[in-house]
Design a protein around this ligand. Structure first.
Ligand SMILES: Nc1ncnc2c1ncn2[C@@H]1O[C@H](COP(=O)(O)OP(=O)(O)O)[C@@H](O)[C@H]1O
Ligand SMILES: [Mg+2]
Length: 157
């Protein structure tokens, strides 16, 4: 299994990482982005959305649960922070998006881990210090291994 670990030293680099991931995305992809408050989840998602032409107005979707960006493909940005559990997400109809014709990005995806499709890309962000973050990218799914390998080749440090 490919596991990519990247150290970001600024919000700009985190967005850049998002933009590189964006180049590899396909309709139907589901991405889970996890990490404590203020680690840069929304920042990274913003990098993805911007790179796909979805504009600059990316905020945490906490109060609305779902933001839809009209990018080159529809991007559904969920924020699971305020969800009690996975059942609530299912009741709210999250499956229609996850199995729909867009790209679904779930902020705080670890909170609804048990309903994430097997083919999800998992991104975990950890605070190290000041503007330094550790970003871990992996997936258990075969369909991501080659794409993660491609990312590894781009990010030679
Ligand atoms: N390397 C970094 N990557 C991402 N954000 C960073 C980084 N260093 C500092 N920051 C700051 O941390 C905050 C992250 O905010 P945000 O993306 O909203 O976090 P989250 O969505 O995880 O709560 C921003 O104020 C950003 O400027
Ligand atoms: Mg956020």
């Amino acid at each position: 299994m490919q596991k990519l670990i990247k150290i970001s030293i600024s919000p700009e680099i985190t967005q850049e990482i998002g933009a590189e991931i964006a180049k590899l995305l396909m309709i139907g992809d589901v991405i889970s982005v996890s990490g404590e408050l203020g680690t840069g989840k929304t920042c990274l998602i913003g990098g993805i959305v911007r790179a796909l032409g979805g504009g600059d107005n990316i905020t945490s979707a906490s109060f609305t649960m779902l933001s839809v960006y009209d990018a080159s493909v529809p991007i559904y940005h969920f924020d699971a922070y305020r969800l009690d559990d996975s059942a609530q997400a299912v009741n709210l109809g999250i499956d229609d998006y996850i199995f729909g014709k867009g790209i679904t990005i779930i902020e705080w995806g670890d909170r609804i881990k048990n309903i994430l499709p097997d083919g999800s890309l998992i991104i975990e962000i950890e605070y190290i210090e000041d503007e330094t973050r550790k970003i871990t990218i992996f997936s258990n799914s075969e369909k991501w291994q080659e794409r993660i390998l491609k990312l590894r080749k781009i990010w030679i440090l």
